[in-house]
Design a protein. Sequence first.
Length: 401
Amino acid sequence: MTSPQPPVVLQPDHQTGEAVPPPGARFLRLVLQHWKFLLLSVASTTAGAVGVSFLIPDWYEATVSAVPPARSVPGLESMLGAAAGILRDIGALRLGTLGQQGYNFLVILESRRLKDSLIQRFRLWELYDVPDTARHRLYRKLERDLEVTYELNGNYTVTARHTDPAKAAAMANAAIEIANAIAAEVSQQESGQIRRYLESRLAQLESTIERVADSLRLFSRRTLLFSPLDQAQAAAKALAELRAQVTYQQILLEALRSAYGPDDPAVAAQRRLVEYTQQRLRQAEQQPGFVGDFSLREAAGVGLHFLRLYTELEAYQRVRALLLPTVEQAKLDEQRSRPALYVVDPAVPPQLKAYPKRALIAVGALVGSTVLSLLVLLLWQRWRDWDEFIRRRGPADEGTA
């Protein structure tokens, strides 16, 4: 058993003294009085919106997912990494961070070249009903129907929309294909720049090697030094033999002097032999010709200068040996085209349309037309009340006067 509802209290009007119902009741009575208008307005608006939605063509969207290559070091970068330390140490190459800085692939996927290629390949000016010359308008429409996203997992997704499901899938797949072609061209330009730089450094190395080799050749010809270690070993052995001969002859001289006296002819002959061996030892130590065209007193400086030139020549030859395969690898990389993105999930023709969502359009039109119709009805009723108030106020003012 329900409790009885309290009766609706009617408030008297201050102007006329008549009882006025509350706003809720007035609104309900207004809706009941004009329900036909509301029903016709909502139905016609909803039907019109649904009808217009059927005039909009169905749009389909297809998505392709692709990933960049693994972060493995390519051939050129690996060779540069192996040789860069040695090359920088001797000042033959200054690569800095070459090959270590990359770029986000969104730069290519959102580039103007890619958009122009898609517009030309799929004749999108016919789809958008826009002249081919109005590229700025085509770009705006294509940007709406081509979404490029970099996911947190590290993959790139390209979503393309078209009225034809097959063309939508083809556009998405073509975006990856065109982007790979652009990336390959950029990579070839980069490899070509590296190759030209390496070739210039190699040419400089060849010139330096030739200059150092000429200096070493002239120095060796002037000093007759061609193998410092072997010649030093032979000179030390010969010098030791001379010192031993001098010492041995001095011992014999003292023995003969003790046995026969200082005036003996044998002692005089031995004395001359000792003087001769001492003279040979002094000539070997002080005059050039014993080892080369320099004296033994200058041997250390001459040998160090020869070794410095020889070491410089060997170092630059090693650098050349490192640069030659690097240049060849750069030439191969310049001709080789590697895909920058590998497709994981290719785009397939969708079976369901992406939009328009006609059910949502119908519901939105129903709710919107209902709200607008009620608002129009309330405004119309307010205008009637205000008009009636003005008409009543006029006779009352005339009676007072």
